[in-house]
Design a protein around this ligand. Structure first.
Ligand code: PLP
Length: 446
């Protein structure tokens, strides 16, 4: 086996350069490419580029390839199903794979009692499904989301998203009836509390401000929350935040929508991140890791809530049979070993990254659960000034050394590797990240 990483050419290499030039002429410039990776093939947590360079992948295509790149069992299920039939539209007809997947989801979703699933193709469609169902079933118009949240980019989901202003700029006006409340950003708690002792006082904003001044609770259909804000910077909501949110929503007959698009499918060491807090949701959005890279989004809900009538909501491609086949194998692999691996290797990786704080003043905070880990970079640990340029430089320095990581929020590096990551690979990631931090700190000191 070739050692990974193995960088043989300047980056980007000559083949990568040629492809990027073609891309730049014809592909939408709205995509965010942090560094010039041009992939040729991948396996497990290893990615090979078009110039033969090998990278260790701690990005997983934005937290998607949870079973590792092209897991043989997933590829086998996909090719078998592709040979059988590619499409028949679950909207119009029946096929067993969609039923089996809905049965499986009913068995694992963090929802009390019987569960039904609606199938789409992406995270944003899953969120649209949650949103529409919540409005439909409650007959209430308003939704509360959190500042820093990312729920997708279609117009409904975008109204909930409050992550980066660039994502909203020039796209308004947005869907009305959306209100944003502060999220539990415990590293920068505006109330000066610590997660160990606080009672999620930040949630008081909803009752004391929103419900008093802006929107009556009996006109709110749902509160949507990411148990760990993903794009917002890998911010972990403490258990009491989610528990208190559950109480608050139940008190007012408001539905709790759990967006597990990024934090779900075993990534945090449990099937869903909300399980760490022992909280059940009413509706759950899933996508990303659910089918190991095949497009699939799910809005799963309490069966007694999913009462919308035929024709109210549907999708031509949603629940595509090939994606369902991939999802069924993905769930099997997660349950057999990968959730446990995410917990064990995730703890090891987080410890290793935390130890780097002793050597690197740039690291302000290391947080996360399982293999969903954020490293927040600051210019000064006292003032917590955000080190945005330095974060971007660290991500690029890691790439130059063969480690793929992505940013999250304005100054956090996210580690969201495939859940097959081994201890040895985690060790390599820590070593390279250590060097990348050192390089950026040395450049800053000059
Ligand atoms: N919800 C969350 C929590 C996400 O992280 C994302 C994507 O990053 C989405 C929704 C949207 O998913 P997609 O890009 O598949 O539409």
């Amino acid at each position: 086996m070739a050692p990974v990483p193995d960088i043989k050419t300047p980056l980007p290499g000559p083949n990568a350069r040629r492809l990027m030039e073609r891309d730049h002429a014809v592909v939408s410039p709205s995509y965010t490419r942090s560094y010039p990776l041009v992939i040729e093939r991948a396996s497990g947590a290893t990615v090979e580029d078009v110039d033969g360079n090998l990278f260790l992948d701690c990005a997983a295509g934005i937290a998607v390839t949870c079973t590792g790149h092209s897991h043989p069992d997933v590829v086998h299920a996909i090719s078998q199903q592709a040979a059988r039939f590619l499409h028949m539209s679950g909207t119009d007809f029946y096929y067993e794979l969609q039923v089996r997947l809905a049965e499986e989801i009913a068995g694992v979703a963090p929802i009390e009692g019987p569960v039904r699933s609606f199938f789409g193709n992406s995270g944003t469609e899953a969120v649209e499904g949650c949103l529409k169902l919540a409005r439909y079933v409650t007959e209430r118009p308003n939704i509360i989301a959190f500042l820093g949240a990312f729920h997708g980019r279609t117009m409904g989901a975008l109204a909930l998203t409050a992550s980066k202003t660039a994502q909203r700029r020039r796209f308004g006006p947005f869907m009305p009836g959306v209100f944003h409340a502060p999220f539990a950003d415990c590293y920068r708690c505006r109330l000066g509390l610590t997660p160990e002792t606080c009672g999620a006082e930040c949630l008081e904003f909803i009752e004391d401000q929103l419900f008093l001044h802006v929107v009556a609770p009996d006109e709110v259909a749902a509160v949507i929350v990411e148990p760990i804000q993903g794009e917002g910077g890998y911010l972990v909501a403490p258990d009491q935040f989610l528990q208190r949110l559950r109480e608050l929503t139940s008190t007012h007959g408001i539905l709790l929508v759990d967006d597990e698009v990024q934090s779900g499918m075993g990534r945090t060491g449990r099937m869903f991140a909300i399980e760490h807090a022992g909280v059940k949701a009413d509706i759950v959005a899933m996508a990303k890791g659910i089918a190991s890279g095949m497009p699939l989004g799910v809005a799963a809900a309490r069966a007694d809530l999913m009462t919308w009538h035929a024709g109210t909501h549907a999708s031509t491609f949603g629940g595509n049979p090939v994606s369902c086949a991939a999802a069924l194998v993905t769930l099997k692999l997660l349950k057999e070993s990968l959730i446990a691996n995410a917990a064990a290797v995730g703890a090891y990786l987080k410890d290793g990254l935390t130890n780097l704080m002793a050597r690197h003043p740039l690291v302000g905070d290391v947080r996360g659960r399982g293999l969903m880990i954020g490293v927040e970079l600051v210019r000064d640990r006292q003032t917590k000034e955000r080190a945005t340029d330095e974060r971007n430089d660290v991500v690029k320095a890691a790439f130059a050394r063969g480690l793929l990581v992505l940013g999250a929020g304005s100054n956090t590096v996210r580690f969201s590797p495939p859940l097959v990551l081994t201890r040895a690979e985690a060790e390599t990631a820590i070593r390279i990240f250590d060097d990348a931090l050192g390089e950026v700190e040395a450049a800053g000191a000059r």
